[in-house]
Design a protein around this ligand. Structure first.
Ligand SMILES: *Cc1c(COP(=O)(O)O)cnc(C)c1O
Length: 429
């Protein structure tokens, strides 16, 4: 009789890194420059590759696995909710979506939430919101920042301030223009009679971990009020307590006069919200919360009971375990130590920057150890960290990002910093 279960030999053969890589080469669209790592499983802050080597994961996906890997409470939420309802369409009401919306609104301000499945989709919703808002006046243009990142859809790449994501996909969707980041005058000069909204990240992630200044945020708010524009914030990466506050602007404006009064008109979220499940959302401030009426926007999967049950569990755990404080305090300690390493090895690390668990180190230019290789310095550095057993995320050519799980422990952070310092010391001229 024929075996229904494949023999173990075949399974392990398929699990070899080379065999997995071949499956990708033969069957997966090659749109990613992947690292030469095939991962098999994880636990907490660690992941293992298929050869059994362990890595400390300081990237957590790309700021996605907010409670680390194989989190028991996420598993329990998945199992419990999947026994009741995995999915119902958005033609019906269900508890988890309502409860999650209430939590998000409660953490931001009076307004409403729309659920989707990704960051790009959340931004797409904000673009539609802005277009609807300006439609009857013929205003449609959205201004964004140089070095921003807003997703890979056609509108997302039109909004993104990086030439490399647009290349080959022209003509760009109309209605988006970029201006220098943190430059109020440039924004003011760019306004046109067609402008309807401004979209920025509180902290640019893909652009190299650059935070908006308090003056910029407050100045944009004033400009938007004067000109009747929507101020939209892409919090896909910098949001969800990563900086020590729910939203990065709340953290950036701490202690600033009138800072607590600041509110954007719309916020996009994703990444950490679902802890690894695809969950996206946008929040819209109250006067505009009913702009997208019945039939104007939708999605099949967004806000499913399963996704919302998991996101609710993550919110509960973050609150119960004070993980925002952990991100703030341990992140500050990591940044402090990275600054110490930068001071000790200035020919390798130029600067450490960021807030909470969104930290970037900028590499020095012309590191001699990287000279003979045409790969960007950031990629070469990340590869060396892989050899040392640490996962991090490159950002452009010169910056490495640390976006750990919000429940990273002090001992794990210290282990990571030691490994990072050992790599830095090794390549220091
Ligand atoms: C990742 C990211 C996006 C896109 O999110 P996807 O889930 O990949 O569509 C948008 N904006 C920012 C700031 C991001 O970091």
């Amino acid at each position: 009789m024929k075996d229904l279960i494949p023999p173990p030999a075949l399974v392990s053969q398929r699990e070899s890194a080379a065999a997995i890589k071949r499956l990708f080469e033969n069957n997966v669209v090659p749109s990613y420059g992947r690292f030469d790592l095939a991962l098999s499983h994880g636990m907490g802050a660690y992941v293992w590759d298929v050869n059994g080597k362990r890595y400390l994961d300081l990237g957590s996906g790309i700021a996605v696995c907010s409670l680390g890997h194989a989190n028991a409470e996420i598993t329990q939420a998945l199992v419990e909710q999947s026994r009741k309802l995995v999915h119902v369409s958005n033609l019906y009401y269900h508890g988890p979506q309502g409860l999650l919306a209430e939590q998000l609104v409660g953490n931001i301000a009076h307004g409403k939430v729309f659920f989707c499945n990704s960051g790009a989709e959340a931004n797409e919703g904000l673009f539609k919101l802005a277009r609807k808002f300006g439609h009857d006046e013929g205003r449609f243009e959205i201004l964004t920042a140089d070095n921003s990142f807003h997703g890979r859809t056609l509108a997302g790449i039109a909004a993104t301030g990086q030439a490399k994501v647009k290349k080959g996909f022209e003509p760009m969707m109309p209605g988006f223009r970029q201006v220098p980041f943190n430059d109020l005058e440039a924004m003011r000069e760019a306004l046109s009679p067609a402008t309807i909204a401004i979209l920025i990240e509180g902290i640019q992630g893909e652009g190299g971990v650059t935070a908006a200044t308090p003056e910029y945020l407050l100045g944009l708010r004033q400009m938007c009020d004067e000109k009747r524009l929507l101020l939209l914030m892409d919090s896909v990466q910098c949001g969800h307590f990563r900086t020590g506050r729910f939203q990065s602007y709340q953290r950036i404006l701490e202690g600033v006069a009138d800072g607590e009064k600041f509110q954007p008109d719309g916020i996009s979220m994703a990444k950490s919200l679902g802890g690894g499940l695809p969950v996206g959302a946008f929040w819209v401030r109250q006067p505009y919360a009913d702009l997208l009426g019945a039939g104007t926007h939708g999605t099949t999967f967004g806000g499913s009971p399963l996704a919302c049950a998991v996101a609710l569990t993550i919110m509960d755990v973050i609150r119960r375990d004070k993980l925002a404080d952990n991100a703030r305090e341990l992140g500050a300690r990591m940044k402090f130590d990275l600054e110490r390493i930068a001071a000790k090895y200035p020919k390798v690390i130029k600067q450490a920057r960021g807030l909470g668990f969104m930290i970037g180190i900028e590499l020095a230019s012309d590191i001699p150890a990287f000279a003979g290789n045409d790969k960007p310095a950031s990629i070469q550095f990340v590869n060396l960290l892989h050899e040392a057993g640490v996962l991090t995320i490159p950002s452009g050519m010169q910056v490495i990002r640390f976006l750990p799980a919000l429940n990273l422990k002090a001992a794990e952070a210290d282990e990571g910093l030691q490994l990072i310092e050992s790599v830095v010391a090794k390549i220091s001229p």
